[in-house]
Design a protein around this ligand. Structure first.
Ligand code: UDP
Length: 453
């Protein structure tokens, strides 16, 4: 760490793995530049304080019951969290500011909160005269366009013609109509008011931080600057020198690393669907069968809870399991960034959460896209249609499709072209976070911005 600069930043992540990881990464970056860090977090999905002894962690009560935390409707969960955390958050921040005003050596510069925390962060920070920045953990393109979803939902009948399924959605590029239909099918009763709150809270902030860069989303960044009229910082995706893995909410199975050491270079397909989505037993069986039939070695992450109502992998029939273990390894949670960095990895079958997507780009691993919910559909189209660094399964969870996409990625001409595009994209993104690259300069201006408060 650089010498302390006498300033503290308060960080407030949304309690999901995909939101905690980028917030902790940002905290590590700011800490390396001399800022002290306090993380305010909910009891639900609390980050592991012991993994980050240099930060101060403060827990607030979120009032969620066990049943509420198990809901499928994330918008409802976030709406509840936003209602119930206001008073505990206000009390916590008031205490912090009170004690820091007695300090002669350190003062609190600003609050950085996830874009999913809405109105109350605005009113609390305003009443305490604390500058506030918003960290957005989605792609810029998804963030900009998802405010149009309620309007698109009202027009949904216009979209249902089969012949138009592959067309682009004009209001939501690079999404195709079939992707939009899937997003709109999700249970999101509380969506419209929640999105309005996100929009207002973001517009009135002192700046928006994106974990993206010009090299990945130049047009969307231009549009974000026009739409939001507040400083925008695109500080780059996934810094490999500040790994996110230490903020894992799950126990990582490290045995996959020695297993990977025994595999040939670029031979293994890594398969993971992140921390949130679920699938049916037959879908998991199709995936296991496709992997096995592809003939490539594979590392498959089956998170506890991936298949609802099961303990772990019992949905996969026993006779298939015996064959699966001939070439594959299954773990409950992997040290993903370490895995993607490993020389044995040649491809990533992913749900395209934004963190997984950028981690794959940073390590130059071509992808097979199987998006399931929300922003994942946009990330997958960026990968397959815009950057052309992956194949898209087109939502078909079917053994033959999975087998043939793996074969195409590892041995076909298309795979060759994808690997070359990925090599170039990795280089571009790598340059972006190095001195004088666009993300590097954006990070410098973020640090200046915070230092002026
Ligand atoms: N991750 C991990 N081990 C796993 C699967 C995922 O460490 O076995 C990490 C991954 O590196 C990423 C995060 O969990 O940083 C998942 O975030 P993402 O946005 O990809 O998906 P989400 O969990 O939000 O759906």
């Amino acid at each position: 760490m650089e010498k302390s600069n006498g300033r503290r930043v308060i960080m407030f992540p949304l309690p999901l793995q995909g939101c905690i990881n980028p917030m902790i990464q940002l905290a590590k970056i700011l800490h390396s530049r001399g800022f002290s860090i306090t993380v305010i977090h909910t009891r639900f999905n609390a980050p592991k304080a012991t993994s980050h002894p240099l930060f101060t962690f403060l827990e607030i009560q979120d009032g969620l019951s066990e049943t509420e935390t198990r809901t499928d409707d994330n918008t409802w969960l976030f709406t509840l969290l936003n209602r119930r955390c206001e008073t505990p958050f206000r009390d916590c921040l008031t205490n912090l500011l009170g004690s820091s005003s007695d300090s002669e050596t350190e003062r609190i510069s600003c609050l950085i909160h996830d874009s999913g925390w809405t109105f109350f962060t605005r009113s609390v920070a305003k009443s305490l005269k604390l500058p506030r920045l918003v960290l957005n953990t989605y792609t810029v393109s998804f963030f900009l366009n998802h405010f149009a979803l309620p309007k698109l939902r009202r027009e949904v009948s216009l979209l249902s013609q089969d012949s138009e399924q592959d067309n682009l959605v004009q209001d939501f590029p690079p999404l195709r109509k079939k992707d939009l239909l899937r997003i709109l099918k999700e249970k999101r009763e509380y969506l419209e008011p929640y999105l309005n709150m996100i929009l207002e809270t973001t517009k009135s902030s002192s700046g928006i931080i994106f974990m993206s860069c010009e090299e990945l989303e130049q047009d969307s960044l231009c549009k974000a600057r026009e739409d939001f009229k507040v400083p925008i910082f695109a500080i780059g995706p996934s810094y490999s020198n500040f790994p996110a893995s230490s903020s894992s909410l799950f126990i990582q199975d490290e045995t996959c690393i020695p297993w990977l050491d025994k595999q040939e270079d670029k031979s293994v397909i890594y398969v993971s669907f992140g921390s949130l989505i679920s699938m049916t037993g037959p879908e998991l069986t199709e995936i296991a069968c496709g992997l096995r039939n592809s003939g490539q070695p594979f590392l498959l992450v089956v998170r506890v809870g991936l298949v609802k109502g099961t303990e772990w992998i019992e949905a996969i029939p026993e006779e298939l399991m015996a064959k699966v273990y001939e070439k594959g390894k299954i773990v409950k949670w992997a040290p993903q960034q370490e895995v993607l960095k490993h020389q044995a990895i040649g491809g990533f079958l992913t749900h395209n959460g934004w963190n997984s997507t950028v981690e794959s780009v940073r390590e130059g691993v071509p992808m097979i896209c199987l998006p399931c919910i929300w922003d994942q559909f946009v990330d997958a189209r960026l990968v397959s249609d815009v950057w052309r660094v992956g194949l898209h399964l087109e939502h078909r969870i079917e053994r033959n499709e999975i087998e043939s996409s793996i074969r195409s990625l590892f041995s076909g001409n298309e795979g060759e072209a994808i690997r070359e595009s990925m090599r170039l994209l990795k280089e571009k993104v790598g340059r972006s976070v190095k001195e004088n690259g666009s993300a590097y300069r954006s990070l410098e201006s973020l640090i200046d911005h915070i230092s002026y408060f």
